[in-house]
Design a protein around this ligand. Structure first.
Ligand SMILES: Cc1ncc(COP(=O)(O)O)c(C=O)c1O
Length: 280
């Protein structure tokens, strides 16, 4: 089945979909995005994703007339047209297409792009064996809580990680604290206590991060939202990543150094099972 796209009111096959060469997303990275998925055809956490999208739009002062109900309708229709068993939904809104200028243009409507393709899950081997990750200096801007399409530092870090045979890159701030990964949030487990960096402008507030925290609290697993250092990660009993498509994914190596015995840990595996039970 072909992947499909929705661009400013029109559905088409993804290969047929186009935006202007003058789109401010293309020229300036002037836009925001969201990534959602379905479980058995049912859209997951659409309200939370759209709340975050509207916060991102507000943060970059992008004036628009979109509503959550309207966008939800279009996303549902896009998923229906895609017809995949499970879908990956990408949604992007930019400040529209116009002559290139840095300041906001007047009277230019935003560009809305939605694509739907078949969801690719982490391979069973990756899930069973856990992910190797590498560290990268966090050289990003000071509004990582905004889901901006300006992703060059994430692109460079991800590419470096993949070239080194790693699944992800974890960003480390100048003071040695972890922020998050190029496409995921990070958690550690030490002596049964789960810890993850707190919500701040240095990380994206992951929807899965919130869900996993809620699951841990519901099952009375001790969890702290606090500063977590690279040193702690290296000395942790377990570590894992969270994200929409990876759910809860064990981390077993950082920069070639094993985390504990180098195998996915029991708390991570339990949390993933509890998470699946919650979303199913
Ligand atoms: C930088 C970053 N952090 C965290 C996440 C995880 O967010 P979510 O759980 O909402 O998918 C993502 C997802 O793409 C991301 O790009």
């Amino acid at each position: 089945m072909p992947a499909i796209a929705f661009v400013n009111g029109r559905f088409s096959r993804i290969e047929k979909a186009v935006v202007s060469v003058e789109d401010r997303g293309f020229q300036l990275g002037d836009g925001v995005y969201e990534v959602l998925r379905t479980y058995n055809g049912r859209l997951h956490a659409v309200d939370a994703h759209l709340r975050r999208l509207f916060r991102s739009l507000d943060a970059i002062e992008l004036k628009h007339r979109f509503t959550r109900a309207g966008l939800t309708r279009i996303i549902r229709e896009a998923v229906r047209r895609g017809g995949f068993k499970d879908s990956l939904v990408y949604l992007q809104i930019t400040r529209g297409a116009t002559k290139r200028m840095k300041e906001f243009p007047k009277g230019v409507p935003p560009t809305l792009v939605i694509t739907v393709r078949e969801l690719e899950l982490p391979s069973p081997a990756l899930r069973a064996n856990g992910a190797k990750i590498m560290t990268a200096a966090d050289i990003r801007w000071m509004h990582c809580d905004v889901k901006s399409i300006c992703l060059l530092p994430n692109v460079l870090a991800s590419n470096k990680a993949r070239a080194a045979g790693c699944y992800e890159a974890v960003f480390v701030a100048k003071d040695g604290s972890l922020t998050e990964c190029a496409s995921a949030n990070i958690f550690i487990v030490k002596k049964g206590v789960i810890a993850t960096p707190p919500i701040s402008a240095s990380i994206l507030g992951g929807i899965t991060r919130e869900e996993v925290i809620a699951v841990a609290r519901k099952h009375r697993l001790p969890l702290q939202e606090r500063r977590v250092t690279l040193k702690e990660l290296l000395a942790a009993d377990e570590a894992f990543l969270t994200g929409t498509t990876i759910e809860v994914l064990p981390v077993v190596q950082v920069d070639g150094r094993r985390i504990a015995d180098g195998k996915p840990g029991p708390v991570t595996q339990r949390l993933h099972a509890l998470y699946l039970a919650e979303v199913a």
